[in-house]
Design a protein around this ligand. Structure first.
Ligand code: NAD
Length: 335
C-alpha cells in the first residue's frame, strides 16, 4: 500500500516535495494545502491532486498517512510549528522542512509531541543523504578512517536577503551542523565569531568552533556573501581520522578518500550519478518513504526530528557565544 501523502505549503519547496512524492511509487500524493489559494490551486492543478486552504480541513477530509510541512516564515522556520503540531495531533507521520523551527522551545515541543503520539517525525536534512555523504559515512562506520579527529566544513551561498540579525545562522546552518553531527556525533561545546558583509545589517558570515562529545574538533565557515550565479561548490566537508581522511565536495556530490597508509587515493565524481543539489530532495524524501514503508520505529528514522532539534541547539549555541563571548554548553540548551 503506498503511503497516502499530503504537502502543506505550495511554494517552490512544497512543489518540489509534491513532484518527488508524485514520482515515487512508495507514495500516493493526495493533496496539497496552502492558505494562499492561488498557490494551492496552481500546485494542485500541476500535480493533479486536491487543493486545500486550511490545515484542519485537509486533516479532516482526506485519508492521509503522512504530511510534508514546507512552510517558511521568519528565518525560514517560524511558520512550521503550527501546522506541524496540527499534523502530529492528528496522529500523522510528519516530515518538516529545515530549520525544524527558528525557535528552540517550539522545536522541543514538536519533537516531544511526536514522541507522545508515537508517530515518525523527520526533518528535510537532505545534505546527509547524498551518495557522496553516504560513502564518507561508510568510511567512518567501517572503521577504515579510524577515530574521527576533526571535521572541517564550509557552507556558503549568495543570499541577498538581509533579515537581521540571525537569518543566515538559523535558516542555513541546520544543513552544515547536521552533516558535521552525522560524521562526528553530538556536539558538546560551541564558540563563534560572526561578521556582517558590506552593506549588511545581518550577520552574514560565521566562523564556528565546536568540540564534539567524543573529543573530536569541528570548524564551520558559513556565509551568505559568496559567489553569484556561476554556482561553484557551495559546500565542502573534510573529516580527518587516525587512519585516513575523507572529503565531500562540489555541493555534496563528489567524494574523495585519502588513506594514511597508501599513496593511492580514491575519487568519485558525481557519486551515485548525482550531478546537482536539486536531486538531493529525491534521495532524502525517498529514504523517508522507504523507512515508513518498512514500518520502522520512530527512533530509527534517519534525519529525525530529534536530529533537527540537536542541530538547532548548536546553531543557537553559536548565536549565544557570539552575543556573550563565552563558550556555550550545548546540553544545557537542550535540557
Ligand atoms: N532542504 C533544502 O535544501 C531547502 C532549500 C530551500 C528551502 N528550504 C526550506 O523550505 C521551506 C519552504 O521554502 P519556500 O521557499 O518554498 O517558502 P515559501 O514562503 O515560498 O512557501 C511557503 C508557503 O507556505 C504557506 N503557508 C505558511 N503557513 C501555512 C499554513 N499554516 N497553512 C497553509 N499554508 C501555509 C505560505 O502561504 C507559502 O505559500 C523553508 O523552511 C526553507 O527553509 C529547504
Amino acid at each position: 500500500m503506498p503511503i497516502r501523502t499530503a504537502v502543506i505549503g505550495a511554494g517552490n519547496i512544497g512543489k518540489t516535495h509534491g513532484r518527488v512524492y508524485k514520482a515515487n511509487p512508495l507514495a500516493e500524493l493526495v493533496a496539497i494545502c496552502d492558505m494562499d489559494r492561488t498557490r494551492a490551486d496552481a500546485a494542485a492543478q500541476e500535480l493533479g491532486v486536491t487543493a486545500y486552504y486550511d490545515v484542519q480541513e485537509l486533516l479532516r477530509a482526506g485519508e492521509i498517512d503522512m504530511v510534508s510541512v514546507a512552510t517558511a516564515g521568519v528565518e525560514n522556520g517560524s511558520h512550521h510549528y503550527e501546522p506541524a503540531m496540527q499534523v502530529l495531533a492528528a496522529g500523522k507521520h510528519l516530515l518538516v522542512e529545515k530549520p525544524i523551527s527558528n525557535n528552540l522551545a517550539q522545536a522541543k515541543e514538536m519533537v516531544a509531541e511526536a514522541k507522545r503520539r508515537g508517530v515518525c517525525m523527520a526533518v528535510d536534512l537532505n545534505h546527509r543523504f547524498t551518495p557522496a555523504t553516504q560513502l564518507a559515512k561508510q568510511k567512518i562506520t567501517s572503521g577504515e578512517l579510524g577515530e574521527v579527529l576533526f571535521v572541517n566544513m564550509n557552507l556558503w551561498i549568495r543570499n541577498p536577503k538581509d533579515e537581521p540579525p540571525y537569518f543566515h545562522l538559523r535558516a542555513l546552518h541546520s544543513h552544515s551542523v547536521d552533516v558535521m553531527r552525522h560524521m562526528a556525533g553530538d556536539v558538546a561545546k560551541v564558540q563563534a565569531f560572526f561578521s556582517k558583509g558590506p552593506g549588511r545589517n545581518s550577520w552574514s558570515n560565521a566562523s564556528i568552533n565546536m568540540q564534539f562529545t567524543s573529543g573530536a574538533l569541528g570548524h564551520l565557515t558559513g556565509s551568505y556573501d559568496m559567489h553569484g550565479p556561476d554556482r561553484h561548490s557551495i559546500e565542502r566537508t573534510e573529516v580527518g581520522g587516525t587512519k585516513g581522511r575523507v572529503v565531500i565536495d562540489n555541493s555534496t556530490v563528489d567524494f574523495s578518500w585519502f588513506p594514511h597508509n597508501s599513496k593511492e587515493s580514491t575519487h568519485v565524481h558525481n557519486a551515485g550519478g548525482m550531478i546537482s543539489f536539486n536531486e538531493t530532495f529525491g534521495t532524502r524524501l525517498g529514504r523517508w518513504l522507504e523507512q515508513l514503508s518498512e514500518g520502522v520505529a520512530p527512533e530509527q528514522i534517519e534525519g529525525s526530528g530529534e536530529e533537527g532539534l540537536k542541530a538547532l541547539a548548536v546553531q543557537e549555541a553559536a548565536i549565544r557565544s557570539h552575543e556573550t563571548g563565552q563558550v556555550i554548553d550545548v546540553a544545557e540548551l537542550l535540557a
